[in-house]
Design a protein around this ligand. Structure first.
Ligand code: 5GP
Length: 189
């Protein structure tokens, strides 16, 4: 998606540890017009898949998922990062290793909001090592729902997540794939 790539080149900042900061339009301040275009593009790519629900993870995925959901006409469910030791109530749960914070946490979704009849599209801002997507996919599997695929805004193609997740048979559509970030310069594949 050229609009997105241009924006990354203009406003993205490369940080140590292979972190791309896009706080000025995606992760902190949010460019809602850009989110609309991103949502439209996800809809174009998954229009034939009869999606009934979009599943994302708090917090950076939520805004993107909401705008995409407008075009699909379906609800968004976001997996919560569980902060307490006790996992309360009737929930699906899974483990995710945070790429940016380097710690492991449980994610939960209430059983009320994922059903076996659902056709679920996963949406997230980044794909790095694939832990977030695999965690979300596991919640969908536990619910007995159908996993349609995953829509990713920025895939870091030089990390292992893309091949790991695609290797499970999941369809992953990334709108911008970064091939390298050497010397602070972003190159797309
Ligand atoms: P993964 O689970 O694929 O290793 O990492 C995906 C998650 O880590 C995303 O939800 C995203 O929030 C965060 N993340 C991974 N890499 C980056 C990055 O380069 N920049 C930012 N801003 N977030 C990232």
């Amino acid at each position: 998606m050229q609009l997105l790539k241009d924006r990354i080149l203009r406003d993205g900042k490369v940080f140590p540890g292979n972190v791309l900061k896009v706080d000025s339009f995606l992760n902190h301040q949010m460019d809602v017009s850009l989110f609309c275009e991103i949502g439209k593009e996800f809809h174009r790519r998954f229009a034939e898949d009869e999606v009934t629900k979009i599943l994302t993870i708090e917090s950076s995925g939520i805004g993107i998922a909401c705008l995409a959901a407008m075009y699909f006409g379906v609800p968004v469910v976001f997996a919560k990062k569980n902060k307490t030791k006790n996992i309360a109530g009737d929930v699906f749960t899974s483990r995710v290793e945070s790429f940016t914070h380097g710690r492991i946490y449980d994610i939960i979704v209430s059983k009320e909001f994922l059903h076996k009849e659902d056709k679920v599209l996963l949406i997230d801002d980044f794909l790095a090592n694939g832990s977030a997507l695999l965690g979300l996919a596991s919640l969908v599997k536990d619910a007995g729902a159908t996993l349609v695929g995953a829509g990713i805004v920025i895939e870091k193609g030089f990390q292992t997540g893309g091949s790991l997740v695609r290797g499970t048979g999941l369809r992953v559509e990334s709108l911008a794939t970064v091939a390298s970030m050497e010397d602070g310069t972003v190159q797309f594949s």
